[in-house]
Design a protein around this ligand. Structure first.
Ligand code: ADP
Length: 162
């Protein structure tokens, strides 16, 4: 069985991430979407909240499992029997970071390789941080995130907006 592992913060999950999952899952029998649970990193949504939001957003993909991860990517892949890490690439600006990360992971274990999918052009400008910023200033995030994420963002910002 071919198993893939798609790690990220997903704070929050966007249509760009969902596009990578929709296409990436076709490369594997099973794809784990692993939400990083790093207590030192400040996030808009807690790990538990992100888990619920991502599960809801990906519920129609039968071979996709959403999990939390507080381990090294390579370590977690080995434990789950995953052979490949899946990552999305947007503009050339992603390349440097991904190049570093891939080589770091390869240094830890040669058994785990990384595959990249290019984002659809229409999502190439889309990032979780820009969606968070838009929401913070009262903008409409409807075109960028699923309805359950929009509702959760509206609720988060309700308390801070006049
Ligand atoms: P990280 O904190 O690991 O960067 P993200 O949740 O921001 O986590 O991203 C996880 C993965 O999804 C990364 O490979 C990132 O490049 C990819 N990604 C993020 N946004 C998009 C998008 N709009 N289109 C395609 N891939 C994306």
């Amino acid at each position: 069985m071919k198993i893939g592992f798609y790690p990220g913060s997903f704070d929050p999950i966007t249509f760009g991430h969902i596009d990578i999952v929709a296409r990436g899952r076709l490369l594997f029998d099973k794809l784990y979407v692993a939400i990083s649970n790093n207590p030192n990193k400040k996030t808009m949504f807690s790990a538990e909240e992100r888990l619920q939001l991502v599960r809801e957003a990906l519920k129609d993909f039968p071979n996709v499992d959403v999990i939390l991860s507080d381990k090294l990517t390579v370590q977690h892949c080995i434990e789950l029997g995953a052979s490949h890490v899946l990552r999305g690439l947007r503009a050339v600006t992603d390349y440097d970071y991904e190049f570093q990360l891939t080589n770091f992971n390869r240094h830890i274990s040669h058994k785990i390789d990384t595959v990249f999918l290019m984002t659809e052009g229409k999502y190439s400008f889309l990032s979780s941080s820009s969606v968070r910023e838009l929401a913070a200033f009262g903008g409409d995030v409807t075109p960028f995130v699923p309805a359950n994420v929009k509702a959760a963002m509206d609720q988060k910002y309700q308390s801070v907006r006049p």
